[in-house]
Structures are given as structure tokens and as C-alpha cells.
Design a protein around this ligand. Structure first.
Ligand SMILES: O=C(O)C1=C[C@@H](OP(=O)(O)O)[C@@H](O)[C@H](O)C1
Ligand SMILES: C=C(OP(=O)(O)O)C(=O)O
Length: 438
């Protein structure tokens, strides 16, 4: 049965809220992969609990890793991980759901084992690009079967070792193609010299995250030459980490400050982070907000109006940014996000369709969006199985009465508590505040 659309809370007064965000998807799923390949038992403290992390846990268990929930310091259990045993043989099927990190990061791990691992996922996942990862594995001597036109489903036939060496890929479609190979590369016999041979790689912050996490676990990575990454063969150290909050998922909550001319605070904002979401501190002032980071608390206060902006390579932040641009009083242009067409859905087409269905003026360009000011009205905002489309609808709904979001439950991909967290935030309104635009 299809659930009824979710009536997005409208904030009649400016918000004055403090919010804590669950752990980073990108960090949780990287650490899970590395724990499965590490030299001993590892622990993830306060990891993300979500569909994407569950899918990663399921995939790595199927490949032989031991992953157990153990009591943690807070409400979220820690994960105790024992690595895949040496010489492990496998005959497994992996459900990738719609998780890019699972469908891209796990095949190189499967290639290191003896046996076969079949990969498939949601119908929408079967159109997400995979070919460069599979071509890289084949270039390293791994047999991959299936992959019609370079998409899921496919089967990796591992022989127990991957020889490694030099391989070139076009990572123009996703930074995850690079991260996928780098994460497993220390376990390849010869390590890797990975070369990107296309025009430009998107979401480069996520590659920097991969490199930094690898280095923190004792893996030697040389990224000094643009578009080349060299990983030396060697052990991956076991670890014990406390996961950072997901700063990309902080985005909709911070955007709420702008959408309501209110204030939203996020405590425990990491001071040194590789997460792309730290860019909110640069992006939101361009949209008219005041942003401060003091004593670890990020405070965002919306300006009298949302300003349009020219922004490039906003990566996975783009849907939240686009929602704010749809509420802005001057034009915006988002560039360098052509690869969003291969995300959970074609996000450029989806954003244009949904913003315009509410009376907006959004246009797709070759590599992004142009969003012009227009008065918005209520209506149904479709989510396309995409958590970030659903949260974009919620942002607009704060400022526009009568917006309903179809399938809000899709936020479970990375933030299952989103609907409750959102209502709780809206309940924390500024005492006696009034809003009214214009
Ligand atoms: O490596 C990662 O954890 C991610 C990389 C990015 O992928 P793309 O390079 O495909 O944008 C990002 O959008 C995605 O949400 C997570
Ligand atoms: C692109 C995203 O996800 P994935 O990890 O599935 O690629 C995202 O979360 O915005």
C-alpha cells in the first residue's frame, strides 16, 4: 500500500532550534569497508543507522566480515567488526539497494576473495553508472560477468588476489569510481596507480575523504599529481573511531533557518573534517545567511530574504541548495553538477519538474540549473525514491503553505528519523516571533 503524502510542516514563525544529526553515511560506509579489510578487529562508535549503512553491513557480512552491534556510549549501538578472514571463499549475492557506496565500493572487495559475488539492487539502481569500476577491475585481471551496458546486475569472479598496477578510468560520472578502487587498493598485490582520463572528476571532496581516511589507517597514498592516485600495497590498520555527524544531512536543517528567517544551531560541528557538508559555512552566507562557528556550535541565521547565488560543484548538497534558490528573491545558477543525472534519480530533471510544478522557474542547463525567482504555491512534491529530493520538498514546505511530499519514508536511505526530527525542529520556534515575507 502506498503511504499518503507527508504534509510538510509550514513554519508560521521563525525557527529557533538546536538539532543533532546522525552520523555520516560516507564515513560510516568507508570505515565499514576498511574494517572488513583491516588487519584486526575494529570498532565504529555512534555509526549511522540507515538503509545505506544496513545495506553495507549486509554486503560485508555476505563477504565474510563479522559485524556485531555492541552497546555504545549514547543511544546508537557501536559496531564491532572482525575482518574477512584470509583465504576466505565466497558464493554470495549482494543487495545494493540504491546505495552508490555499496554498488561501487564492494565489488573491489569481492574481487579480493575466491568465488563469486552477484550484485543487484533496486530498479532505480540499475540505471546508475557502474562501468568505470568494472572496467578498472577487468583491467586489473578480474573477471566480471553480466553488467548489461555497464549497469547492474553483474557478478564478480574473484581468484583470491588482485594483481594491481596501473589502470585508467573515466571518473567523470562519479567520484565513487575512484574511491571504490582506492579503498581496496592497499590489498592488491601491487597496490594501484589509478589515473583519471576524462575531463573532470566531480565531488572531489569525497575523494579527499577517501585519501584522508586511508592515510589515517597507515595506508600510503600519493595524490600529488592531479588525476593520479598511487596507493602502496600494505596492511590497513585496525581502528576505533567515533563517527562525525553527517554534514550533508545537516543541510536541510540549516536551510530551515533561511527558509523561515530563523536560527538553527548544530552542536559538535567537527572542526577538522573532510565532509563536503562543511561547505555549508561558505554556501549559506552567499544565500544571505549569517553563519558562525563558536565553541563547536554552528549557528545559522537567515537573512531578511534568501539571495540567489552562483555556485559550482555543490555535489550532494545541490538538492538542498536548489530548494533554497527556489525561495530566493534573485536568480541563481548551479554549475558543475551534470553527474547528478546519475544519482538516486536524475536530480536535475527531478528538481526542475518539482520546483516548476509549485509555480517556480527552474531550467536545466548542460551542467546544472538556473533558478529564477517566482512565487511558489502548495502542491505535491515527488521524491523519486531520492532522500535528498524528499528533504528538498520539506525545505520548500517550511516557507510555502500546502506542500505535501510523496514518500517521505525514502529519507530512510540516510536518515530514517528525518520526519520526526523535522517536526521536532519546527516545534522549537522562536518565542513570539512572526515571519511574513516581503
Ligand atoms: O563517496 C561518497 O561517499 C559519495 C560520493 C558522491 O558521489 P558522486 O561523486 O557520484 O557525486 C556523493 O554524491 C555521494 O552522496 C557520496
Ligand atoms: C548521491 C548520493 O548517494 P549515493 O551514495 O547513493 O551515491 C547522495 O546521498 O546524495
Amino acid at each position: 500500500m502506498t503511504a499518503a503524502p507527508w504534509p510538510a510542516p509550514f513554519a508560521a514563525t521563525p525557527l529557533d532550534a538546536t538539532v543533532t544529526i546522525p552520523a555520516s553515511k560516507s564515513l560510516t560506509n568507508r570505515y565499514l569497508v576498511l574494517a572488513a579489510l583491516a588487519g584486526g578487529a575494529s570498532r565504529l562508535r555512534a555509526p549511522l543507522q540507515s538503509r545505506d549503512s544496513d545495506l553495507m553491513i549486509g554486503a560485508l557480512r555476505a563477504l565474510g566480515a563479522g559485524i556485531d552491534e555492541v552497546p555504545g556510549a549514547g543511544s546508537v549501538p557501536d559496531l564491532a567488526v572482525t575482518p574477512i578472514p584470509a583465504g576466505h571463499t565466497v558464493d554470495a549475492a549482494v543487495d545494493c539497494g540504491l546505495a552508490g557506496t555499496v554498488m561501487r565500493f564492494v565489488p573491489p572487495v569481492a574481487a579480493l576473495l575466491s568465488g563469486t559475488v552477484a550484485f543487484d539492487g533496486d530498479p532505480a539502481a540499475r540505471v546508475r553508472p557502474m562501468a568505470p569500476v568494472l572496467a578498472a577491475l577487468e583491467g586489473l585481471g578480474v573477471r566480471v560477468e553480466g553488467a548489461p551496458d555497464g549497469f547492474m546486475p553483474f557478478t564478480v569472479h574473484g581468484t583470491g588476489t588482485v594483481r594491481g598496477g596501473h589502470v585508467a578510468v573515466d571518473a567523470g560520472g562519479s567520484s565513487q569510481f575512484v574511491s571504490a578502487i582506492l579503498l581496496a587498493a592497499a590489498r592488491f598485490e601491487g597496490g594501484i596507480h589509478l589515473e583519471h582520463n576524462g575531463t573532470s572528476v566531480p565531488s572531489v571532496d569525497h575523494i579527499a575523504m577517501t585519501v584522508e581516511v586511508l592515510r589515517s589507517l597507515g595506508v600510503a597514498v600519493d595524490d600529488s599529481t592531479p588525476n593520479h592516485w598511487i596507493v602502496a600495497p600494505g596492511p590497513i590498520a585496525a581502528f576505533d573511531v567515533l563517527l562525525e555527524q553527517d554534514l550533508s544531512n545537516a543541510g536541510p536543517f540549516l536551510a530551515a533557518a533561511l527558509a523561515t528567517r530563523g536560527t538553527v544551531r548544530i552542536p559538535d560541528w567537527p572542526l577538522n573534517t573532510t565532509q563536503v557538508g562543511d561547505k555549508w559555512r561558505q554556501i549559506l552566507p552567499q544565500l544571505g545567511a549569517t553563519v558562525t562557528l563558536e565553541d563547536g556550535v554552528l549557528t545559522v541565521t537567515g537573512g531578511p530574504q534568501i539571495l540567489g547565488a552562483e555556485l559550482s560543484d555543490t555535489s550532494e548538497l545541490a538538492p538542498s541548495v536548489a530548494a533554497l534558490c527556489a525561495l530566493a528573491t534573485t536568480p541563481s545558477r548551479l554549475r558543475g553538477i551534470a553527474h547528478l543525472r546519475g544519482h538516486e534519480t536524475d536530480r536535475l530533471a527531478a528538481l526542475v519538474a518539482e520546483i516548476n510544478a509549485l509555480g517556480g522557474d527552474a531550467v536545466e542547463t548542460e551542467d546544472g540549473l538556473i533558478i529564477n525567482p517566482a512565487p511558489l504555491h502548495g502542491g505535491l512534491f515527488h521524491s523519486y525514491e531520492d532522500h535528498r529530493m524528499a528533504t528538498a520538498g520539506a525545505i520548500i514546505g517550511l516557507a510555502v503553505p500546502g506542500v505535501a511530499v510523496e514518500n517521505i519514508a525514502t529519507t530512510a536511505k540516510t536518515m530514517p528519523a528525518f520526519p520526526q526530527m523535522w517536526s521536532d525542529m519546527v516545534a522549537q520556534t522562536a518565542a513570539g516571533g512572526t515571519r511574513g515575507r516581503g
